[in-house]
Design a binder for this molecule. Structure first.
Ligand SMILES: Nc1ncnc2c1ncn2[C@@H]1O[C@H](COP(=O)(O)OP(=O)(O)O)[C@@H](O)[C@H]1O
Ligand SMILES: [Mg+2]
Length: 351
Protein backbone atom coordinates (compact mmCIF):
# COMPACT_ATOMS: atom_id res chain seq x y z
CA UNK A 1 0.00 0.00 0.00
CA UNK A 2 1.38 3.40 -0.89
CA UNK A 3 0.71 6.33 1.32
CA UNK A 4 -2.47 7.87 2.48
CA UNK A 5 -5.54 7.74 0.27
CA UNK A 6 -8.21 10.31 1.07
CA UNK A 7 -11.86 9.39 0.89
CA UNK A 8 -14.03 11.12 -1.66
CA UNK A 9 -17.77 11.23 -2.10
CA UNK A 10 -18.73 9.47 -5.28
CA UNK A 11 -21.80 11.05 -6.85
CA UNK A 12 -22.59 8.15 -9.13
CA UNK A 13 -22.55 5.42 -6.52
CA UNK A 14 -23.53 7.67 -3.58
CA UNK A 15 -20.80 6.42 -1.32
CA UNK A 16 -17.41 7.37 -0.04
CA UNK A 17 -14.54 5.80 -1.87
CA UNK A 18 -10.80 6.13 -1.87
CA UNK A 19 -8.98 7.47 -4.91
CA UNK A 20 -7.45 4.08 -5.32
CA UNK A 21 -10.83 2.82 -6.52
CA UNK A 22 -11.73 5.91 -8.51
CA UNK A 23 -11.51 5.75 -12.28
CA UNK A 24 -8.79 7.59 -14.14
CA UNK A 25 -10.02 10.68 -15.93
CA UNK A 26 -6.64 11.72 -17.31
CA UNK A 27 -4.20 9.15 -18.67
CA UNK A 28 -0.87 10.17 -20.09
CA UNK A 29 1.55 7.69 -21.63
CA UNK A 30 5.11 8.34 -22.69
CA UNK A 31 4.21 11.85 -23.73
CA UNK A 32 6.88 13.83 -25.56
CA UNK A 33 6.94 17.30 -26.99
CA UNK A 34 9.82 18.91 -28.77
CA UNK A 35 10.23 22.55 -29.70
CA UNK A 36 12.65 23.99 -32.17
CA UNK A 37 14.11 27.03 -30.49
CA UNK A 38 16.84 29.48 -31.52
CA UNK A 39 19.51 27.34 -29.91
CA UNK A 40 18.31 24.04 -31.34
CA UNK A 41 15.80 21.54 -30.05
CA UNK A 42 14.20 21.72 -26.63
CA UNK A 43 12.60 18.62 -25.18
CA UNK A 44 9.81 20.24 -23.16
CA UNK A 45 8.23 16.89 -22.25
CA UNK A 46 10.42 13.83 -22.12
CA UNK A 47 8.30 10.71 -21.68
CA UNK A 48 5.67 11.68 -19.15
CA UNK A 49 3.42 9.00 -17.65
CA UNK A 50 0.55 10.06 -15.46
CA UNK A 51 -2.84 8.91 -14.24
CA UNK A 52 -5.19 11.31 -12.53
CA UNK A 53 -8.34 10.09 -10.83
CA UNK A 54 -11.87 11.41 -10.78
CA UNK A 55 -12.45 13.93 -7.99
CA UNK A 56 -8.76 14.44 -7.41
CA UNK A 57 -6.90 17.73 -7.11
CA UNK A 58 -3.64 16.74 -8.74
CA UNK A 59 -0.62 19.03 -8.68
CA UNK A 60 2.07 19.17 -11.32
CA UNK A 61 4.86 20.86 -9.43
CA UNK A 62 8.10 22.05 -10.95
CA UNK A 63 10.37 25.06 -11.46
CA UNK A 64 10.02 27.44 -14.40
CA UNK A 65 10.80 25.71 -17.67
CA UNK A 66 9.99 22.22 -16.33
CA UNK A 67 7.29 21.60 -18.97
CA UNK A 68 4.09 22.29 -17.01
CA UNK A 69 2.47 24.71 -19.45
CA UNK A 70 3.35 22.46 -22.38
CA UNK A 71 1.60 19.57 -20.63
CA UNK A 72 -1.51 21.63 -19.83
CA UNK A 73 -1.69 22.87 -23.42
CA UNK A 74 -1.49 19.36 -24.82
CA UNK A 75 -4.08 18.00 -22.38
CA UNK A 76 -6.46 20.82 -23.20
CA UNK A 77 -6.10 20.14 -26.97
CA UNK A 78 -4.33 23.42 -27.72
CA UNK A 79 -1.05 21.82 -28.74
CA UNK A 80 -0.20 18.49 -30.36
CA UNK A 81 2.28 16.10 -28.75
CA UNK A 82 5.37 15.02 -30.71
CA UNK A 83 4.72 11.43 -29.62
CA UNK A 84 3.02 9.39 -26.93
CA UNK A 85 -0.60 9.67 -25.95
CA UNK A 86 -2.87 11.57 -23.62
CA UNK A 87 -6.47 10.73 -22.90
CA UNK A 88 -9.18 12.64 -21.10
CA UNK A 89 -12.24 10.61 -20.06
CA UNK A 90 -11.00 7.96 -22.46
CA UNK A 91 -10.75 10.26 -25.48
CA UNK A 92 -7.41 10.88 -27.17
CA UNK A 93 -6.62 14.61 -27.02
CA UNK A 94 -4.75 14.56 -30.33
CA UNK A 95 -7.07 12.29 -32.31
CA UNK A 96 -10.46 13.18 -30.85
CA UNK A 97 -10.15 16.76 -29.62
CA UNK A 98 -13.83 17.43 -30.47
CA UNK A 99 -14.80 14.75 -27.92
CA UNK A 100 -12.47 16.15 -25.28
CA UNK A 101 -13.34 19.84 -25.51
CA UNK A 102 -16.92 19.69 -24.16
CA UNK A 103 -15.67 17.79 -21.10
CA UNK A 104 -12.89 20.13 -20.06
CA UNK A 105 -11.97 23.69 -19.43
CA UNK A 106 -8.74 25.49 -18.86
CA UNK A 107 -7.54 28.71 -17.28
CA UNK A 108 -4.22 30.30 -16.64
CA UNK A 109 -2.98 32.82 -14.10
CA UNK A 110 -1.02 34.54 -16.83
CA UNK A 111 -3.96 35.39 -19.08
CA UNK A 112 -6.05 38.48 -18.79
CA UNK A 113 -9.34 37.00 -19.73
CA UNK A 114 -12.13 39.49 -20.04
CA UNK A 115 -13.54 42.43 -21.95
CA UNK A 116 -12.71 45.67 -20.14
CA UNK A 117 -15.90 47.60 -20.81
CA UNK A 118 -18.29 44.79 -19.92
CA UNK A 119 -19.14 43.94 -16.32
CA UNK A 120 -17.76 40.83 -14.64
CA UNK A 121 -21.24 39.31 -14.87
CA UNK A 122 -21.53 40.26 -18.53
CA UNK A 123 -18.18 38.66 -19.26
CA UNK A 124 -19.20 35.44 -17.56
CA UNK A 125 -22.56 35.40 -19.28
CA UNK A 126 -20.81 35.89 -22.62
CA UNK A 127 -18.55 32.87 -21.99
CA UNK A 128 -21.52 30.79 -20.87
CA UNK A 129 -23.16 31.52 -24.21
CA UNK A 130 -20.09 30.29 -26.09
CA UNK A 131 -20.78 26.98 -24.39
CA UNK A 132 -24.44 27.20 -25.35
CA UNK A 133 -25.72 27.27 -21.77
CA UNK A 134 -29.40 28.17 -21.25
CA UNK A 135 -29.52 31.70 -19.92
CA UNK A 136 -31.25 30.88 -16.63
CA UNK A 137 -28.78 28.12 -15.81
CA UNK A 138 -25.89 30.40 -16.73
CA UNK A 139 -27.06 33.08 -14.31
CA UNK A 140 -27.58 30.50 -11.57
CA UNK A 141 -24.05 29.19 -11.97
CA UNK A 142 -22.56 32.67 -12.13
CA UNK A 143 -24.31 33.56 -8.87
CA UNK A 144 -23.46 30.32 -7.11
CA UNK A 145 -19.77 30.27 -8.02
CA UNK A 146 -19.36 34.00 -7.41
CA UNK A 147 -20.83 33.59 -3.96
CA UNK A 148 -18.34 30.82 -3.18
CA UNK A 149 -15.45 32.98 -4.38
CA UNK A 150 -16.52 36.18 -2.64
CA UNK A 151 -17.09 37.85 -6.00
CA UNK A 152 -20.79 38.68 -5.65
CA UNK A 153 -20.37 42.36 -4.72
CA UNK A 154 -18.09 42.92 -7.71
CA UNK A 155 -20.17 41.20 -10.40
CA UNK A 156 -21.68 44.40 -11.71
CA UNK A 157 -18.43 46.34 -11.92
CA UNK A 158 -16.74 46.76 -15.27
CA UNK A 159 -13.90 44.33 -15.79
CA UNK A 160 -11.23 47.04 -16.08
CA UNK A 161 -12.24 48.41 -12.69
CA UNK A 162 -11.50 45.15 -10.90
CA UNK A 163 -8.23 44.46 -9.08
CA UNK A 164 -6.01 41.62 -10.26
CA UNK A 165 -7.41 39.38 -7.53
CA UNK A 166 -11.04 39.89 -8.54
CA UNK A 167 -10.24 39.50 -12.23
CA UNK A 168 -8.67 36.18 -11.43
CA UNK A 169 -11.80 35.15 -9.51
CA UNK A 170 -13.77 35.90 -12.69
CA UNK A 171 -11.32 33.73 -14.66
CA UNK A 172 -11.83 30.90 -12.18
CA UNK A 173 -15.64 31.13 -12.36
CA UNK A 174 -15.36 31.06 -16.13
CA UNK A 175 -13.36 27.84 -15.96
CA UNK A 176 -16.23 26.09 -14.17
CA UNK A 177 -19.22 27.56 -15.93
CA UNK A 178 -19.55 24.78 -18.51
CA UNK A 179 -19.75 22.12 -15.77
CA UNK A 180 -16.44 20.54 -16.86
CA UNK A 181 -15.48 17.03 -15.76
CA UNK A 182 -11.79 17.90 -15.91
CA UNK A 183 -10.28 21.33 -15.32
CA UNK A 184 -6.72 22.24 -16.29
CA UNK A 185 -5.32 25.19 -14.39
CA UNK A 186 -1.95 26.73 -15.14
CA UNK A 187 -0.59 28.68 -12.14
CA UNK A 188 -4.07 29.91 -11.20
CA UNK A 189 -2.92 31.89 -8.15
CA UNK A 190 0.37 33.27 -9.45
CA UNK A 191 1.02 36.83 -8.29
CA UNK A 192 -2.19 37.02 -6.26
CA UNK A 193 -2.68 38.34 -2.74
CA UNK A 194 -2.95 35.80 0.05
CA UNK A 195 -6.70 36.21 0.57
CA UNK A 196 -7.56 35.70 -3.09
CA UNK A 197 -5.25 32.71 -3.35
CA UNK A 198 -6.92 31.15 -0.30
CA UNK A 199 -10.41 31.76 -1.68
CA UNK A 200 -9.52 30.21 -5.01
CA UNK A 201 -7.88 27.17 -3.40
CA UNK A 202 -10.89 26.63 -1.17
CA UNK A 203 -13.14 26.83 -4.22
CA UNK A 204 -11.07 24.29 -6.16
CA UNK A 205 -11.14 21.78 -3.31
CA UNK A 206 -14.91 22.14 -3.04
CA UNK A 207 -15.36 21.67 -6.77
CA UNK A 208 -13.35 18.46 -6.73
CA UNK A 209 -14.87 17.03 -3.56
CA UNK A 210 -18.49 17.95 -3.98
CA UNK A 211 -18.90 17.88 -7.74
CA UNK A 212 -16.47 15.09 -8.52
CA UNK A 213 -14.45 17.17 -10.93
CA UNK A 214 -10.85 16.35 -11.63
CA UNK A 215 -8.56 19.31 -11.21
CA UNK A 216 -5.10 19.25 -12.66
CA UNK A 217 -3.12 22.15 -11.33
CA UNK A 218 0.26 23.18 -12.70
CA UNK A 219 2.17 25.28 -10.22
CA UNK A 220 5.60 26.10 -8.88
CA UNK A 221 4.08 26.94 -5.50
CA UNK A 222 4.92 24.17 -3.03
CA UNK A 223 2.70 25.58 -0.29
CA UNK A 224 -0.22 25.50 -2.69
CA UNK A 225 0.38 21.84 -3.46
CA UNK A 226 0.72 21.06 0.23
CA UNK A 227 -2.51 22.89 0.97
CA UNK A 228 -4.86 21.42 -1.61
CA UNK A 229 -3.44 18.61 -3.73
CA UNK A 230 -4.39 15.01 -3.02
CA UNK A 231 -1.40 13.91 -5.07
CA UNK A 232 1.46 15.62 -6.79
CA UNK A 233 3.75 14.80 -9.67
CA UNK A 234 7.10 16.52 -9.39
CA UNK A 235 8.35 17.55 -12.80
CA UNK A 236 11.79 18.71 -13.88
CA UNK A 237 13.19 19.05 -17.39
CA UNK A 238 10.16 17.38 -18.92
CA UNK A 239 10.23 14.31 -16.67
CA UNK A 240 8.00 13.32 -13.76
CA UNK A 241 10.48 12.40 -11.05
CA UNK A 242 8.07 11.32 -8.32
CA UNK A 243 4.34 11.03 -7.88
CA UNK A 244 2.47 10.47 -4.63
CA UNK A 245 0.61 12.32 -1.88
CA UNK A 246 2.57 15.32 -0.55
CA UNK A 247 2.66 13.59 2.84
CA UNK A 248 4.12 10.36 1.48
CA UNK A 249 6.77 12.24 -0.49
CA UNK A 250 7.85 14.20 2.57
CA UNK A 251 7.88 11.09 4.75
CA UNK A 252 10.00 9.26 2.21
CA UNK A 253 12.93 11.53 3.08
CA UNK A 254 13.24 9.78 6.41
CA UNK A 255 14.57 12.59 8.61
CA UNK A 256 14.02 16.31 9.20
CA UNK A 257 16.21 18.63 7.14
CA UNK A 258 19.32 20.23 8.61
CA UNK A 259 19.76 23.99 8.44
CA UNK A 260 23.15 25.53 9.11
CA UNK A 261 24.00 29.21 9.33
CA UNK A 262 27.53 30.39 8.69
CA UNK A 263 29.23 33.77 8.92
CA UNK A 264 30.86 34.74 6.68
CA UNK A 265 28.93 32.82 4.00
CA UNK A 266 31.02 29.98 2.52
CA UNK A 267 31.70 30.11 -1.22
CA UNK A 268 29.85 27.61 -3.34
CA UNK A 269 33.00 25.67 -4.30
CA UNK A 270 33.80 24.84 -0.69
CA UNK A 271 30.24 23.56 -0.21
CA UNK A 272 30.44 21.16 -3.18
CA UNK A 273 31.73 18.11 -1.18
CA UNK A 274 28.71 18.40 1.12
CA UNK A 275 26.52 16.88 -1.58
CA UNK A 276 28.76 13.79 -1.71
CA UNK A 277 28.62 12.96 1.98
CA UNK A 278 27.06 9.68 3.05
CA UNK A 279 23.30 10.08 3.55
CA UNK A 280 23.15 13.60 2.13
CA UNK A 281 20.56 13.70 -0.63
CA UNK A 282 21.17 17.27 -1.72
CA UNK A 283 21.43 20.80 -0.41
CA UNK A 284 20.57 24.37 -1.23
CA UNK A 285 22.33 27.51 -0.09
CA UNK A 286 21.38 31.16 0.09
CA UNK A 287 22.90 34.32 1.50
CA UNK A 288 21.20 36.73 3.84
CA UNK A 289 23.00 39.89 2.71
CA UNK A 290 21.64 42.02 5.49
CA UNK A 291 23.02 39.80 8.24
CA UNK A 292 26.05 38.68 6.26
CA UNK A 293 25.06 35.09 6.91
CA UNK A 294 25.02 32.06 4.62
CA UNK A 295 22.28 29.53 5.10
CA UNK A 296 22.66 25.96 3.93
CA UNK A 297 19.71 23.57 3.95
CA UNK A 298 20.68 19.94 3.77
CA UNK A 299 18.38 17.04 2.97
CA UNK A 300 19.55 14.05 5.00
CA UNK A 301 18.32 10.48 5.44
CA UNK A 302 19.11 10.19 9.16
CA UNK A 303 20.32 12.01 12.25
CA UNK A 304 23.81 10.53 11.71
CA UNK A 305 23.99 12.07 8.25
CA UNK A 306 22.96 15.42 9.71
CA UNK A 307 25.80 15.15 12.23
CA UNK A 308 28.14 14.22 9.38
CA UNK A 309 27.20 17.42 7.55
CA UNK A 310 27.83 19.52 10.66
CA UNK A 311 31.21 17.85 11.19
CA UNK A 312 32.11 18.53 7.56
CA UNK A 313 31.30 22.24 7.93
CA UNK A 314 33.41 22.52 11.09
CA UNK A 315 36.37 20.59 9.67
CA UNK A 316 36.32 22.72 6.52
CA UNK A 317 36.87 25.79 8.69
CA UNK A 318 33.43 27.28 8.12
CA UNK A 319 32.24 29.43 10.97
CA UNK A 320 29.05 27.67 11.97
CA UNK A 321 27.00 30.09 14.06
CA UNK A 322 23.90 27.97 14.45
CA UNK A 323 22.19 24.83 13.22
CA UNK A 324 18.80 23.28 13.66
CA UNK A 325 16.51 20.62 12.25
CA UNK A 326 13.39 21.49 10.32
CA UNK A 327 10.31 19.59 9.14
CA UNK A 328 10.74 18.62 5.52
CA UNK A 329 8.66 20.36 2.87
CA UNK A 330 8.16 19.62 -0.81
CA UNK A 331 11.20 21.84 -1.44
CA UNK A 332 13.38 19.23 0.27
CA UNK A 333 11.66 16.50 -1.72
CA UNK A 334 12.69 18.33 -4.88
CA UNK A 335 16.23 18.81 -3.58
CA UNK A 336 16.46 15.10 -2.80
CA UNK A 337 15.36 14.24 -6.34
CA UNK A 338 17.39 16.79 -8.27
CA UNK A 339 20.23 17.70 -5.90
CA UNK A 340 19.38 21.39 -6.10
CA UNK A 341 16.58 23.72 -5.08
CA UNK A 342 13.82 25.25 -7.18
CA UNK A 343 15.34 28.70 -7.48
CA UNK A 344 18.82 27.37 -8.23
CA UNK A 345 17.30 25.20 -10.94
CA UNK A 346 15.58 28.18 -12.50
CA UNK A 347 18.85 30.11 -12.63
CA UNK A 348 20.76 27.28 -14.26
CA UNK A 349 21.40 27.66 -17.96
CA UNK A 350 19.27 25.21 -19.94
CA UNK A 351 21.11 22.03 -20.85
N1 LIG B 1 6.64 27.60 -28.25
C1 LIG B 1 7.84 27.24 -27.78
N2 LIG B 1 8.94 27.30 -28.56
C2 LIG B 1 10.16 26.91 -28.11
N3 LIG B 1 10.38 26.46 -26.86
C3 LIG B 1 9.35 26.38 -26.02
C4 LIG B 1 8.02 26.76 -26.42
N4 LIG B 1 7.17 26.57 -25.37
C5 LIG B 1 7.95 26.09 -24.37
N5 LIG B 1 9.24 25.98 -24.75
C6 LIG B 1 10.35 25.48 -23.92
O1 LIG B 1 9.95 24.26 -23.34
C7 LIG B 1 10.38 24.15 -22.00
C8 LIG B 1 9.20 23.97 -21.09
O2 LIG B 1 8.41 25.16 -21.07
P1 LIG B 1 7.04 25.29 -20.28
O3 LIG B 1 6.16 24.15 -20.65
O4 LIG B 1 6.52 26.65 -20.54
O5 LIG B 1 7.52 25.14 -18.77
P2 LIG B 1 6.83 25.63 -17.42
O6 LIG B 1 5.41 25.93 -17.69
O7 LIG B 1 7.04 24.51 -16.47
O8 LIG B 1 7.58 26.85 -16.97
C9 LIG B 1 11.18 25.41 -21.72
O9 LIG B 1 12.54 25.14 -21.94
C10 LIG B 1 10.65 26.39 -22.74
O10 LIG B 1 11.62 27.35 -23.07
MG1 LIG C 1 4.32 27.65 -17.28
Amino acid sequence: MRGWAPLVWNQASSQFMSFRDAKSTVEVEDLRREFKGKEGKVLALDGVDLKVKEGEVFGVLGPNGAGKTTMIRILSTLLLPSSGSAKVMGWDVAKQPEKVRPLISTASGAERAGYDYITARGNLWFFSQLYGLPSKLAHERINEFSEMLGLTDYLDKKFYALSTGYRQRVTVVRAFINDPKVVFLDEPTIGLDVMTALKIREFLVKQAKESGRTILLATHNMAEVDAICNRVGIIDKGKILACDTPMALKRSLGAPALVMEMAPPPDSASLEPLGKLEGVKGFTSSIDEERGVGRVQVVVDSDESAQGAIDFARKSGMNLISNWRQQTTLEEVFVALVGRGFREREHESPS
